[in-house]
Design a protein around this ligand. Structure first.
Ligand SMILES: [Fe+2]
Length: 158
């Protein structure tokens, strides 16, 4: 999903951004730090648009992208996404302990995402979640690239 050289650059960039608080906010409810529409991730989002259009099979618009780093208190309860996340492409950017993956479930099907791998699904229609939390010391960096039908009328960042 993400070429190795770009992936390595994103891993270094996001580690540095987290340390310098480059737009990241701590979200206690999810045990993660996260940033909306980071400029570099927006660039990646633009590159992924044609891939998402090909995979979902309709013309799309980018809505927003969200980058989150989950630690040992990370949780992701069962949920559906808001309308701005109708078409979701989740990419694992980094996992400091890939030998103990934190499984993602979409509609009850288990997926393991290694760094550089992604999954596409209908965020508003397919319930998704994770069980448990990352292991102590483990950090998992995920990028959530969201798209909408090009005819979507609502706000894109809500
Ligand atoms: Fe979601």
């Amino acid at each position: 999903m993400i070429p190795d050289d770009l992936l390595a650059s994103l891993q270094i960039y996001l580690k540095a951004a987290k340390v310098t608080h480059g737009g990241f906010c701590y979200q206690k409810a999810f045990g993660r730090v996260a940033v909306h529409d980071d400029p570099l991730m927006v660039m990646v989002h633009k590159r992924l648009l044609p891939i998402a259009e090909m995979m979902f099979g309709i013309p799309l618009r980018r809505s927003n992208c969200y980058t989150a780093i989950y630690g040992k208190k990370g949780v992701l309860p069962k949920h559906l996404d808001k309308p701005q996340c109708e078409f979701s492409l989740d990419v694992c950017i980094d996992d400091t302990a890939p030998e103990t993956p934190w499984q993602l479930y979409v509609e009850g099907v288990e997926y393991i995402l290694r760094p550089g791998e992604g999954i596409m699904y209908y965020g508003c229609k397919q319930v998704h979640w994770r069980e448990g939390s990352p292991k102590p010391g483990q950090e998992i960096t995920m990028a959530f690239f969201h798209f909408v039908d090009e005819r979507f009328k609502g706000g894109l960042r809500e």
